[in-house]
Design a binder for this molecule. Structure first.
Ligand code: NAP
Length: 328
């Protein structure tokens, strides 16, 4: 008998066909007025789950007694309770690597658009305000040759560092759990404490995963360390930043501007003060959102799930301990 897979995200016809060939596939729509209810109803018979952007906590997953594996269509796995999954020997898989370069492109789009005021000035042209050659009040800041500080030098952080070093001649500073000698050699990158990095960099780019340790890693004390001419970019998760403190610092013009792809609450509420700040470029969590990369991530998630359900170790296993406990 085929195992039952619940997809809480739509897949392309080719990937849907692959899932249907190997499993009994049920699609549930969690974006409608009933919220997670269709997913909850399907959980009692589920062997596998595949999707993204839904918090699958213990209370919800207790309703899935036969669950063997979850394939998240994302690299971040802050929507899952790892200890709980491991305890139950449920394999959790993510989609690293396939999105790294696309997310680094997005980070650079935010760096360039904040520094050169691209969105603000494009709107100025569209509004018909371009009547004469621009004066100094509308000038931007240079990116090339400046200092780029990366908080979290992992896959995405190093792809951003590569762009900064080779493409824009930037000096690279970074902070991570551990020093990265290869990255230091490759991009002439220099390790700094978080406080040192925040006070030295012209562009600060946050690329850490969300965890209890990184929740509100950057708050009022940290924003006070930024140079007045610097820019703050967050491409990781909204909760890594104390958003109230960020808004306060921006309103007081403690630093020059912010490029934000992620927010404490998503979608960003229409009354967020961030939307009224001209020195903020806000994008709707589009880090990996290109046709090619999203399809690549979905393919990767399908590969992971089908491997797990057929008893093979999935290529991108997050909780290795669950696999080891299962094999005992
Ligand atoms: P990764 O390769 O695991 O890199 C994360 C890095 O953060 C690691 O190098 C780690 O350091 C470092 N780190 C962890 N906690 C830290 C802390 N407290 N202080 C300083 N550094 C810390 O992950 P990735 O593939 O680059 O992805 C990073 C995150 O980006 C994801 O978890 C996700 O939340 C986010 N993301 C966002 C989007 C988007 O659409 N905006 C898309 C994809 C990913 P060590 O190596 O020293 O342990």
């Amino acid at each position: 008998m085929k195992k039952r897979v619940i997809a809480y995200k739509k897949f392309s016809p080719a990937l849907t066909a692959r899932l249907q060939e190997a499993a009994e596939l049920i699609y549930v729509d969690v974006t409608g007025t009933h919220g997670l209810a269709p997913l909850e109803d399907a959980l009692p018979d589920a062997h596998g789950l595949i999707g993204s952007s839904v918090k699958l906590n213990a209370e919800l997953l207790d309703k899935a007694p036969h669950l063997e594996a979850i394939a998240s269509v994302s690299v971040g796995y802050d929507n899952y309770d790892l200890d709980y999954l491991t305890r139950r020997c449920i394999l959790l898989c993510n989609t690293p690597d396939v999105l790294t370069e696309t997310v680094a492109d997005t980070a650079f789009a935010l760096i360039l658009s904040t520094a050169r005021r691209v969105v603000e000035l494009a709107n100025y042209v569209k509004a018909g305000d371009w009547q004469a050659s621009l004066g100094e009040p509308l000038f931007g800041s240079d990116v090339h040759g400046k200092t780029l500080g990366i908080v979290g030098m992992g896959r995405i952080g190093s792809a951003i560092a590569r762009r900064g070093h080779f493409g824009f001649g930037m000096t690279i500073l970074y902070n991570s759990h551990s020093p990265k000698p290869d990255i230091e050699r490759e991009f002439a990158a220099q390790y700094r404490s978080l406080d040192q990095l925040l006070s030295e960099a012209d562009f600060i780019c946050v690329t850490v995963p969300l965890s209890p340790e990184t929740t509100r890693l950057i708050g009022a004390r940290e924003f006070a360390l930024l140079k007045p001419e610097s820019f703050f970019i967050n491409i990781s998760r909204g909760k890594v930043v104390d958003e109230k403190a960020l808004i306060d610092a921006l309103q007081k013009q403690q630093f020059k501007g912010a490029g934000l792809d992620v927010f404490e609450k998503e979608p960003l509420p229409a009354d967020s003060p961030l939307l009224n700040l001209p020195n903020v470029v806000a994008t709707p969590h589009i880090g990996s959102a290109t046709h090619g990369t999203r399809e690549g991530m979905a393919r990767c998630a399908v590969d992971n799930l089908l491997a797990a359900l057929s008893g093979k170790r999935p290529p991108d296993l997050v909780n290795r301990e669950a696999w080891e406990r299962r094999s005992q």
